[in-house]
Design a protein around this ligand. Structure first.
Ligand code: ADQ
Length: 462
């Protein structure tokens, strides 16, 4: 029987609901259910001499093994190669990539250090599941130490087409690293196809008859595993007594007939300025919505030490101020912009209480907010989801109003359409969406990934 070991850049405190982002929620749920070991960075940056051994704690059925980063590692690995090179390029934003040779060197050395620390905890038959772009080389480094078990990798963000991928310094080495895994999972079929093209066009890769792919003398499985949410739990969270009070309070505080909600980390990939501009256009082109529609945008701070994030923050504050100044009145604020974290149960209630969910990233691996919005709705009188065609979620959520997030006109028209959509149509769309997110929930995602890694039901508590 094998133990499940998960490695991801950040290890979240899974005992505190509401403290975690997309990846942490999904992985935390899977580990809580199965038990096992979760390895990664504890979020601390310190230059005091550190023990090479990870700090161990337990949280329920999960052992957490955590390391901190030095100042230089934080700058060059986390802020540098991971978030100023890989994040923008994998989100098709070559214009925002900061190419610096020191970034790649430190990215590699941090992955080596992590591999040594994790290696000290690994048992030969552990099943190791590594997550996301921070840790592409981790399996290669572990294999270099002699570990021979199965390694799986899941990429939570998009995989771009070859022309973009090859803009990454170190792209050939990265592809080679990916081939140290036995299974590589992507969010969508489009990502998988992009990966296959990169391997065929830039690594002499060959597609085998059984669908696996060969390069660098290894044959691996690459497939799409669209991530889901814990639908039942989220739905229940939106239906507590406290949630009812929250919704009641929302309705009392605003004179709006229609509340539109957006919830996103304050990230340039989420299309927030474009969203605000579309809302402005809605107020200009459909003046009947003044004092009738309100956009509530919750956007907690994230990666504030990266310049591009400070820029987007200033831009958003400028835009919301200008729109509120131009259209607001003493009894109506068009945009309520909340720049902080909100507890998950409050988010669930707000989703349920808002008539329109606006999810318009310029590019997104999946986007869990889209699924959470659907999960929270009342079947009898559901709200309408507006969803970017460039979110991975759009591949399987076509009953949403699917929009081009760059086209302010189209987004404004969709808001108008959502706000005036007949009940019958709202119900039909919601029922179809709900059925699909329920069927493809987070536990199915985890089961299918682990089954494809060849461990099926045998993974058990450590
Ligand atoms: P993210 O880019 O973080 O995730 P997303 O999938 O939307 O994007 O997940 C965000 C999560 O954080 C959601 O569960 C949401 O409810 C929560 N959240 C957002 N704002 C919050 C706030 N103010 N307070 C509390 N919670 C908040 C990455 C990828 C995505 C991919 C996920 C999972 O970028 O494309 O869907 O991983 O694979």
């Amino acid at each position: 029987m094998s133990r499940l070991v998960v490695a991801s850049n950040r290890v979240a405190d899974i005992s505190k609901p509401g403290s975690a982002g997309g990846l942490a929620v999904a992985v935390g749920d899977a580990l809580q259910e199965l038990g096992g070991l979760w390895f990664g960075w504890d979020g601390e940056v310190t230059d005091t001499p550190r023990s090479p051994q990870p700090r161990l704690t337990t949280s329920g059925r999960v052992t957490l093994a955590m390391l901190s980063l030095s100042e230089e590692e934080y700058e060059n690995y986390y802020l540098g190669y991971a978030n100023s090179v890989l994040w923008p390029v994998l989100h098709y934003r070559l214009d925002l990539a900061e190419l610096d040779a020191a970034y790649l060197r430190t990215y590699r050395s941090v992955n080596q250090r992590f591999a040594h620390a994790l290696g000290g905890l690994l048992k030969p038959d552990d099943v190791v599941w590594i997550h996301d772009y921070h840790l592409f080389p981790l399996a290669a480094e572990l294999r270099a130490q002699g570990f021979g078990q199965r390694f799986g990798f899941f990429l939570h963000i998009p995989f771009p087409p070859p022309d973009m991928f090859v803009a990454l310094p170190g792209y050939e080495w990265l592809i080679r690293c990916i081939f140290s895994y036995d299974l590589v999972g992507f969010q969508t079929e489009a990502d998988r196809v992009n990966f296959q093209r990169v391997v065929q066009e830039h690594a002499d890769g060959v597609l085998e008859a059984d669908g696996r792919i060969s390069a660098f003398g290894r044959t691996i499985k690459a497939d799409a595993f669209p991530i889901g949410i814990d639908v039942e739990t989220f739905r229940a969270m939106a239906r507590t007594r406290k949630a009812d009070d929250q919704i009641e309070k929302l309705r009392r505080r605003t004179i709006a007939g229609v509340n539109i909600i957006g919830v996103d980390r304050l990230d340039y990939t989420k299309g927030l300025p474009e969203r605000f501009k579309a809302f402005r256009l809605l107020l200009e082109n459909y003046p009947e919505n003044r004092k009738y529609m309100t956009l509530m945008q919750i956007a907690p701070p994230t990666r504030e030490d990266v310049d591009a994030y400070a820029d987007i923050r200033m831009e958003l504050e400028g835009l919301s101020g200008a729109i509120n100044g131009a259209f607001g009145d003493i009894d109506w604020t068009p945009i309520r912009y909340i720049h902080r974290n909100v507890a998950r149960d409050v988010l669930a209630a707000l989703f349920r209480g808002c008539e329109v969910g606006l999810v318009t990233p310029l590019r997104d691996g999946m986007n869990l907010v889209a699924k959470e919005y659907v999960a929270a709705q009342d079947d009898e009188n559901p709200g309408v989801l507006i969803l970017s065609r460039f979110a991975g979620a759009a591949e399987t959520m076509d009953e949403a109003l699917v929009v081009n997030p760059y086209d302010a006109n189209e987004v404004a028209q969709s808001m108008q359409r959502a706000a005036t959509m007949p009940l019958e149509e709202r119900r039909e769309r919601h029922a179809a969406l709900y059925k699909r997110i329920e069927r493809h929930d987070v536990s199915r995602w985890r089961r299918e990934f682990l089954a494809a890694l060849g461990v099926g039901q045998e993974v058990h508590q450590a």
